[in-house]
Design a protein around this ligand. Sequence first.
Ligand code: C5P
Length: 231
Amino acid sequence: MPLNPTSLLYAVVPAAGVGKRMGANRPKQYLTLNGRPILSHTLALLLNHPRIHRVIVALGPEDGYFADLEEANHPRLLRVEGGAERADSVRLALAAIPEPEAWALVHDAARPCLSHSDIDKLLAFPGEQGAILAAPVRDTMKRANGEGGIDHTVARERLWHALTPQLFPAQALRDALTRAEQAGAVITDEASAMEREGWHPALVAGRPDNIKITHPDDLRLAQLFLASQEA
Ligand code: C5P
C-alpha cells in the first residue's frame, strides 16, 4: 500500500537513550537549546507539521524529565516505554499504532533542527519501498587498521550518510524489526531492518543542518542552525 494523501502518518521518536558520548548530567535530549529542551524542539516541529496525525515518543523507564516539557500533555502525543537499544524503542512505539495501513516517520529525538521542507521532500518520494533522508559523503573515506593507521581508502562514490526521518509502512517496519531482533542482527536505523528483508528504500538528499546532537560542540552548531532557520 503506497503512501497516499489519505494514509495515516505517525511520527515515532526514540528518546530512551542516555547519550553517554555527551558526558552531561542528564540524557542529551533534555539539554537546553535556545531556552528549551532538545526533545521539546523535536516534538514541537513534528506536532506542528500538518500531515502528521500523531507523535509517539519512546522514553526511558527512569525518565524524570519528560513530564516538565511543554508538549507533555499534547492531545496528539502518545508516550510509550522504550527498550534497551534504539531499535527496541522504535519497535515498542510502532506497537502502539492500531491502524494496519498507517505509515511511520521515525525521527531521532537528538535531531531538533529538522525543517518542514525536508519532511515534505521525504513524503513526496515515489515508490512503495520507503525512503530516508540522507547526505552524500563529501570527504575521502578511510578504513582504519585498528592501530591508529589507515588500512585502505574506501571509494566514496555511491556512499551516503543515513539521517532521519526514515519513512516506512508501520506494520512492515515493525515486522522487520521483530525478525531482526529474533535473528540477533545489529540494527542502527530503520532502513537496515528493511534492507535485511530485501527492500531498497529511496535515498532523499536532506539539508545539511539536520545534524544529530552527539558531542557538546554540536549544541553550539544546533543553536546557530535554529537561529538561522528563524531569521
Ligand atoms: O545514541 P544515539 O544518538 O545514536 O541515539 C539515537 C536516538 O535513539 C536518540 O534519540 C536516543 O534517545 C534514542 N534511543 C532510544 N532507546 C535506546 C537508545 C537510544 O530511544 N535504548
